[in-house]
Design a protein around this ligand. Structure first.
Ligand SMILES: Cc1cc2nc3c(=O)[nH]c(=O)nc-3n(C[C@H](O)[C@H](O)[C@H](O)COP(=O)(O)OP(=O)(O)OC[C@H]3O[C@@H](n4cnc5c(N)ncnc54)[C@H](O)[C@@H]3O)c2cc1C
Length: 317
């Protein structure tokens, strides 16, 4: 079985989420006696390709017109790469870019798609995939018919792959002038923050509707996160109220995280929120209500007012 990982690039390296996708690819390779290759698309990707080659032989498609991941161009390019490399299985990260571009490639290839995979297994010679459904309420094993199979890996389910010795980097021979360009890149606005992204932080301090203002959220949740080098998360209620930034939202319609420690403060633990964090290694909660559902999932709980507890914690840390 030929397995092709579509890896995303971040700061001349393989993006953290793509390293988790490589782990899923390795699991699949072990289960089905497969071989892994990596493909990287973009512009100025030489250093990232060398970094990727420490996981598996790497193929590049580099061009100025691929500097930004517009879905029509990337989708078509990924389909062409999968065809050229004769991939039986294409694996990508379940990121916004991964879902956007790889789903288009799957349609163009006429393949079978599995999103948000959390495990794979060989059953009677066929790979089957475990994926969460219904806001994380159900974990189902699914088998898909058709080829190639295209899978996105849920980052929180897989440890990032560890690099070993550099292998080879080969430039692909694909004519980029035939790629569609109906979608044009306009601009990107990246919020500068010294805090780790909520999906990549080892510790996530998350705040909910208990916080009355954006200033309180930043001072208390942000202040505590900074003390422990953590990222900041939030419930959707806090985002909808304009208290927490949109990119911090954890849950079914937000980001899915599985940090070493998730501390949910003033968050009730609605099923849609749990869908985004219940696989965290250690869960702690601070809440005034000892019957808040999040406490059923918590390894540690403090029944206290966030406005009193957090300043005390910040002072003591
Ligand atoms: C289709 C759909 C998708 C959704 N997607 C998401 C999603 O991705 N993420 C998400 O989070 N939600 C999502 N929701 C919303 C979800 O159902 C809940 O409404 C939301 O999670 C509640 O946020 P909360 O826990 O902050 O607020 P609440 O449920 O109001 O809970 C606030 C908590 O704070 C506690 N509290 C109050 N004051 C204090 C204090 N001073 N100190 C300590 N504790 C205090 C309260 O006891 C309570 O437990 C979705 C809903 C729908 C319908």
């Amino acid at each position: 079985m030929k397995i092709l990982v579509i890896a995303e690039v971040q700061e001349n390296d393989v993006r953290h989420a793509s390293r988790s996708a490589i782990t899923l690819a390795k699991n699949a390779a072990e289960a089905a006696n497969g071989e892994i290759e990596i493909a990287i698309l973009g512009n100025d990707i030489e250093a990232a390709a060398v970094a990727a080659s420490a996981y598996a032989p790497t193929f590049t498609l580099s061009d100025a017109t691929l500097a930004h991941a517009t879905a029509d161009r990337y989708g078509a390019a990924i389909a062409l790469i999968a065809q050229q490399r004769e991939a039986d299985l294409v694996v990508a990260a379940s990121t916004t870019q991964g879902k956007d571009c790889v789903a288009r490639a799957a349609a163009q290839l006429g393949g079978a798609m599995v999103t948000d995979a959390i495990a794979c297994e060989n059953r009677n010679g066929k790979l089957v995939w475990k994926r969460t459904m219904h806001a994380g309420g159900v974990a189902a094993w699914v088998a898909v018919n058709g080829a190639p199979v295209i899978v996105t890996a849920l980052q929180s389910a897989f440890e990032p792959a560890v690099p070993s010795e550099e292998t080879t980097v080969t430039a692909l021979d694909i004519d980029v002038s035939i790629l569609p360009s109906a979608i044009q890149f306009e601009s990107v606005s990246i919020k500068q923050s010294t805090r780790p992204d909520v999906t990549e932080a080892a510790i996530v301090i998350s705040g909910g509707r208990a916080f009355k203002t954006a200033e309180d959220y930043e001072r208390l949740i942000g202040g505590l996160a900074d003390k422990v080098g953590g990222g900041t998360g939030s419930s959707r209620a806090a985002v909808d109220a304009g208290i927490a930034p949109n990119e911090n939202q954890v849950g079914q319609t937000g980001k899915i995280v599985a940090p070493d420690l998730y501390l949910g403060i003033g968050i009730s633990g609605a099923v849609q929120h749990l869908a985004g964090m219940k696989n965290s290694k250690v869960i702690a909660a601070i809440n005034t209500d000892e019957e808040a559902p999040l406490l059923d999932y918590a390894d540690f709980a403090l029944i206290a007012d966030a406005y009193e507890a957090i300043p005390e914690m910040i002072e003591k840390l």
